[in-house]
Design a protein around this ligand. Structure first.
Ligand SMILES: [Zn+2]
Length: 333
């Protein structure tokens, strides 16, 4: 329903000429930082991807009306207190999916644009999806008809309907999001038996792909080792995830102070302090939701991002040049 309203709103605001008119008024002071995740058409793990053709349209739109800046250049503006050029957009992707190399990389190269990719380093090393996609892949691809997991409030479930599959996914994903690494891996192995599906191990970027993209101007940051929701696991383990991720990036890419992104945006003040203390250069705080990052409303450790819609460019156009942002802002007040 929400998607339908948003779709209708996007079509109306673009087709009526509203966004075109607002584009002339909007000063776009500060940087809009976008985040994407999977870029493909398969949709095989219950976490919706951005189809490559929509990414292409969106980049074409942004290229026409904004100017792209790399995340490191934006950070320099903060670090040297220099003005952020107007109409700045910064592109980022989280997790490190292989489709970022297969689909996003050639599209961005076509437009002469680069991005920063936040790597889940343990998944890059193993080739395995982060846990949520692993779970989603098993549930999407299982041919098992019924399951019985009463310890997780799943009693005799028929998996033939998509609604039931979604319910099972959400219920188990919540359990996994609150479980430390070793137990989480044990649970995933148990689920592998239950669903009788082995998730693929070739869906993440390889270090060679990362090097190639890096040589072509892409930047890389940290996104933990195993993608836990850091505020939900013991603090010591959360810090270990952050520290080990930084060490791997330093070792593999020779970047001493990379940026950091919290998995699922789950952060707190203590973890942000730690990220800063051990040598990350920046991080995002999803709790500070805003469209523009300016020198006065932000700093490198409280930047805000907007999601790239998994939809045609008019959704993006309505987001950056329509009234949606103002409506959301007034609702949030
Ligand atoms: Zn992530």
């Amino acid at each position: 329903m929400k998607t339908q309203i948003r779709k209708l709103y996007s079509i109306l605001s673009v087709k009526s000429g509203l966004t075109k008119m607002m584009r002339k008024i909007n000063k776009h002071e500060g940087a809009i930082i976008f985040v994407g995740h999977q870029v493909n058409e398969t949709n095989d793990n219950r976490l919706e991807p951005l189809p490559p053709k929509y990414l292409d349209e969106q980049i074409a739109y942004l290229k026409k009306h904004f100017q792209f800046l790399s995340l490191s250049k934006l950070l320099e503006c903060y670090e040297f207190n220099q003005p952020i050029p107007p109409k700045t957009v910064v592109l980022t992707f989280d997790d490190g999916f292989r489709d970022n190399y297969t689909y996003a990389f050639p599209i961005l190269q076509k437009y002469g644009v680069t991005a920063t990719i936040f790597l889940t380093t343990g998944c890059i090393d193993s080739g395995e999806f982060p846990w949520s996609q692993r779970l989603g892949y098993m549930i999407t691809n299982t041919t098992v008809k019924t399951i019985h997991l009463p310890q997780y409030q799943i009693f005799q479930f028929n998996l033939e309907s998509e609604t039931n599959k979604t319910y099972v996914f959400r219920t188990l994903a919540k359990v996994l999001s609150e479980t430390p690494f070793i137990e989480r891996e044990q649970l995933l192995n148990q689920f592998q038996q239950v669903f009788q599906v082995i998730p693929p191990k070739d869906r993440m970027l390889t270090w060679d792909m990362i090097q190639e993209m890096k040589q072509n101007g892409f930047e890389f940051g940290g996104h933990t080792v195993s993608h836990p929701h850091l505020t939900k696991i013991p603090p010591q383990e959360a810090k270990q995830e952050i520290r080990n991720c930084l060490e791997t990036i330093r070792l593999k890419l020779g970047v001493e102070n990379p940026p950091f992104a919290f998995p699922a945006g789950k952060s707190n003040d203590d973890l942000v302090e730690y990220v800063k203390l051990i040598g990350f250069r920046s991080c995002f705080r999803s709790s500070y939701k805003r469209r523009y990052n300016t020198l006065s409303n932000s700093n490198p450790f409280r930047l805000s991002r907007l999601g790239l819609p998994n939809a045609p460019a008019i959704f993006l156009e309505a987001e950056v040049d329509g009234l949606l942002y103002w409506v959301r802002k007034s609702v949030q007040k």
